[in-house]
Design a protein around this ligand. Structure first.
Ligand SMILES: N[C@H](CCC[C@H](N)C(=O)O)C(=O)O
Length: 294
């Protein structure tokens, strides 16, 4: 059996194996299934991973460009991943010394800037349009504050579909049981990530490193493709702020802190400009991993 060298990174504990796109892995889905498994997968501080990023770097372009392909633990490919995009930007910065990176994803090009205080990724324009999410054609209009399988959600596309539910306390929800019926609901023909949000009163929860933030939410997300809860989800954090504005919960263009279990993210969703996501990235280790036979 052959092996490949893989690196491990995480962004707010949303963790990924990273391989160059030309690594000799013919069956990428099988590779992801084997090494992302949380019980038997790659060893580290946490066993397994939330996905494998296959990255194709063009260092001759200005700014440098990377094509990002995220293969998920179930073998599917996600069109976009906010935390994975931050990891991709740091990987490219380490390889080239560049601080600015354009990340090509199936959801479109995403511009990223690597700075000592964190990585900022442009996340495009969140869309509630039924064809973008997507929703089944007979749903017709936007899905805003509607009950889907018992959860009141707002459906938004932030590169991938999210069903966002605002609740009093994200920790009071039995997410492993509540999320799967919503994730698979008929109204979402391509499925949906299920994201919970609860408002934090900033003065009750002041933390360092949050200058200028106008509002804050806590987040939990059950991810399609992982088929479980992840410690952070960047597209989900953007989805929370976009849905909060859409439903009249938030009236600001200023930065909003969104805190999944894995750390703090800073989100900006302007009315007319692309959204941005800012957060940390950590390099964990490098390992030789077996390539499953094709
Ligand atoms: N964790 C990722 C999102 C992956 C989305 C994927 N699970 C799907 O839509 O299938 C993030 O940081 O944005």
């Amino acid at each position: 059996m052959s092996t490949v060298t893989a690196e491990k990174y995480h962004g707010t504990a949303n963790d990924f194996l990273v391989l160059p796109a030309d690594a000799p892995v013919t069956d990428r889905a099988a590779f992801a299934r084997v090494h992302c498994d949380r019980e038997t997968g790659v060893r580290g501080e946490r066993t397994g991973a939330d996905g494998v990023l296959f990255l194709d770097l063009d260092s001759s372009a200005t700014p440098v460009r990377v094509t990002m392909t995220l293969v998920q633990p179930d073998g599917s490919i996600a069109e976009m991943c906010g935390n994975g995009a931050r990891v991709t930007a740091v990987w490219a910065a380490r390889a080239t010394g560049a601080r600015e990176v354009v990340i090509e994803t199936p959801a479109g090009d995403r511009h990223a800037v690597v700075q000592s205080e964190g990585v900022t990724v442009e996340m495009g324009h969140p869309s509630f349009d039924p064809t973008d999410v997507p929703l089944v054609p007979d749903h017709g209009n936007q899905l805003v504050e509607e009950s889907v399988e018992g959860l009141t959600v707002t459906a938004v596309d932030t590169g991938v579909p999210h069903a966002v539910a605002f609740v009093d306390d994200v920790d009071d929800v039995d997410l492993p049981n509540v999320a799967p019926p919503v994730r698979h609901a008929d109204v979402f023909p391509e499925g949906a990530n299920v994201t919970l949000a609860s408002r934090v009163r900033l003065d009750d929860d002041a933390r360092e490193g949050a200058p200028g933030q106008t509002a804050a939410f806590r987040q939990r997300t059950f991810e399609r493709g992982v088929e479980g809860e992840t410690m952070a989800c960047g597209t989900g954090a953007v989805a929370i702020v976009a849905a909060a504005k859409r439903t009249g919960r938030l009236d600001t263009e200023g930065p909003v802190r969104v805190s999944p279990p894995g750390g703090d993210l800073v989100i900006v969703v302007p009315d007319d400009e692309p959204a941005t996501l800012t957060g940390p990235v950590e390099y964990e280790f490098e390992d030789e991993l077996e390539v499953p036979e094709a």
